[in-house]
Design a protein around this ligand. Structure first.
Ligand code: ZN
Length: 189
């Protein structure tokens, strides 16, 4: 798209880049609270999330990754057919997962420099609300389904590292330690 196209709003263009919270920060292990007020503050938060996601080169970002423990995530993510999916969702619930479980390379802006083959369902549906409070349903397959499961997990205090087992897990946790990051299991309850 040509720059300066009238009327086209580019997500994040009015937002500010906020510092990322990294592995070891308790906010990443916190189950986030539902959004109850749909106002300008929510729009600003989402703008800042887009700006931060783009600045960091991510394909998805959950609000607690910038230290805001609210149930919101944004994404700009291709699927396996190279179709681009761009948007945000408030109070998302992963309502359906099915298809085969695919182990694919996954990383996280909050766990910089660490990537691991992570098992995820090949299809996922997330239901929640848009930024005005209207119902919203997002369906994804392939890499985008992986993104939806990854971001929904963040809002419950989850991390992709939680889905690793065996050698992959040991290797990934060793890599986090080498980078000075502290892994802890999610806080239950
Ligand atoms: Zn992440």
């Amino acid at each position: 798209m040509a720059p300066g196209t009238a009327g086209i709003r580019i997500p994040g263009s009015s937002g500010g880049v906020r510092p990322l919270r990294l592995l070891g920060d308790p906010v990443l292990r916190t189950a986030c609270a539902p959004v109850t007020v749909f106002d300008g503050e929510l729009l600003r938060l989402v703008e800042d999330m887009f700006a931060t996601m783009y600045a960091e080169g991510g394909v998805g970002l959950a609000a607690n990754q910038i230290g805001v423990p609210l149930r919101v995530f944004v994404y700009d993510c291709p699927d396996d057919e190279d179709v681009r999916h761009l948007g945000s969702i408030v109070n998302p619930v992963l309502t359906e997962v099915d298809g085969v479980v695919v182990t694919g390379e996954e990383g996280c802006l909050s766990v910089p420099g660490v990537r691991a083959g992570t098992p995820r369902f090949d299809r996922a549906v997330v239901e929640g609300l848009d930024l005005t409070g209207r119902p919203l349903r997002i369906e994804g397959t392939g890499f985008f389904a992986r993104c939806l499961q990854h971001e929904a997990g963040h809002l419950d205090g989850g991390l992709f590292l939680d889905h690793l087992t065996g050698l992959r897990r040991r290797r990934a946790l060793r890599a986090t330690r080498r980078r000075g990051l502290t892994f802890a299991d999610p806080v239950s309850g």
